[in-house]
Design a protein around this ligand. Structure first.
Ligand code: COA
Length: 249
């Protein structure tokens, strides 16, 4: 096996990474939408300035990495929202139509999947999209009103509020996906990606990592081994059980 190098996910790595995501996370609902959707999903995700995305590539040299992107050998990957609310807002603003189009196209070509989607998630997806749309309209209106009512003279020192004593809110990153391909497991690849994430969080004053993982997943033992605290089981609206983990940095 060649050495494993860890790189930020770029456009050139998307197709191979999404392909491996589909195999390694085959029981994940998102994967059901298929490769076309996952490619668009990765594109949206890595476009966001609020995300941190790593791919592990088997590679001997930089030359390997710069060769034909379809030839790269992906061993694993990780997607993280470093600032979840801004991240999802960004994706909603910039990529909602391409994601919706890709999801609709994928669902229509798979009637059984579409039925399952509507039955288990349809109403929640619609509620989520409506909430995000309302929030987006509200924040646009708010910034228009603020711009209209702003008074340039109010910047004088007397008007400035000293907020140096205000407590900074706790900044929490959300780890949404991590996988290592079957033939590369138990070699420390995911551990290295989590270490990189911790370093990234430290450099951005993020003090906690949170995630949920399916309750019956092998990943439960992985997170426990890495020192994540098990916060117990959550039952989603779709009736699936997940375990919530957090790691304070
Ligand atoms: C969970 C997963 C990411 C771990 O990747 P990995 O690269 O094999 O992990 P590491 O080699 O860094 O493992 C570190 C430690 O975690 C524990 N661990 C990892 N996988 C484990 C498993 N299947 N069973 C029990 N313990 C496990 C071990 O203690 C391991 O140390 P050891 O090999 O010295 O005993 C990988 O198994 C995977 O991709 N699973 C499918 C996708 C998934 O469930 N992702 C998480 C949900 S988003």
């Amino acid at each position: 096996m060649k050495p494993i190098v860890f790189k930020t996910i770029e456009d050139a790595y998307i197709i191979q990474t999404a392909k491996h995501h589909r195999v390694a996370l085959d029981d994940e609902f998102l994967t059901g939408f298929g490769s076309g959707f996952l490619n668009i999903y990765y594109k949206a995700w890595i476009d966001s300035p609020y995300s941190y995305n790593i791919v592990a590539i088997e590679s001997e040299s930089e030359e390997d990495l710069n060769s034909d992107p379809s030839q790269i050998i992906v061993a694993g990957a990780m997607l993280v929202a470093l600032d979840p609310s801004n991240h999802y807002r960004y994706i909603f603003r910039h990529h909602i139509w391409s994601l919706t189009f890709a999801a609709t196209k994928a669902s229509l070509s798979k009637p059984t999947f579409l039925f399952k989607l509507l039955q288990t998630r349809g109403i929640y997806y619609l509620q989520g999209i409506s909430k995000m749309t309302l929030r987006s309209i509200k924040s646009s209106l708010k910034s228009i009103i603020m711009k209209m009512s702003s008074n340039p003279k109010s910047d004088s020192p007397a008007d400035m509020v000293d907020d140096s004593n205000k407590h900074e809110p706790l900044r929490i990153a959300e780890l949404t996906h991590i996988f290592t391909d079957k033939e590369y497991r138990r070699l420390g690849i995911a551990t290295t990606m989590i270490k990189m994430l911790k370093d990234q969080c430290e450099s951005q004053n993020i003090s906690r990592i949170e995630l949920v993982t399916p309750a019956e997943s092998d990943a439960v033992r992985f997170y426990e081994k890495l020192g994540f605290s098990n916060l117990g089981t959550l039952v989603a609206k779709t009736k699936e059980s997940f375990i919530k983990f957090q790691l304070d940095i």
